[in-house]
Design a protein around this ligand. Structure first.
Ligand code: AMP
Ligand code: ZN
Length: 113
């Protein structure tokens, strides 16, 4: 069994509220949402972070962004949303399987006021 939490979600060994699944990407609701809509989009294959997926499989990195947009549309975020890819511990990355946070449903103007 994988030691990576998000690989285990892909494999179905850890339950998740999945909103989108293809052969190559899975999207599920964050267990500790920071906005009314907070979905994580991950590749089904393991890459530690955004830099690694971009180097190893740029097409898959693109598919991750396309899936994020698809989730945002399905969640009704027509007014805008934020895609966040925390990359490395100094940026607060805690799960080292690349994931795009899709955040929306409230005012997300940047920088935070
Ligand atoms: P990051 O800090 O960018 O690595 O984000 C990791 C995210 O994964 C956090 O927002 C957590 O709330 C979320 N998370 C951790 N465990 C789970 C889980 N089992 N199901 C859904 N989201 C999770
Ligand atoms: Zn993994």
């Amino acid at each position: 069994m994988s030691e990576c939490l998000f690989c285990r979600i892909v494999e179905g060994d850890v339950p998740a509220d999945i909103v989108l699944r293809t052969d190559r990407v899975v999207a599920f609701r964050d267990i500790n949402p920071q906005a009314p809509v907070h979905v994580l989009v991950i590749p089904t294959s393991h890459h530690a972070n955004a830099a690694e997926i971009a180097a190893a499989d740029p097409a898959l990195a693109g598919e991750l962004l396309a899936a994020a947009a698809q989730v945002a549309e399905a969640e009704g975020l027509s007014g805008g949303y934020r895609i966040v890819l925390n990359t490395g511990a100094d940026a607060g990355q805690t799960v080292f399987h690349v994931h795009a946070h899709v955040l929306g449903g409230r005012d997300l103007l940047w920088p935070p006021g």
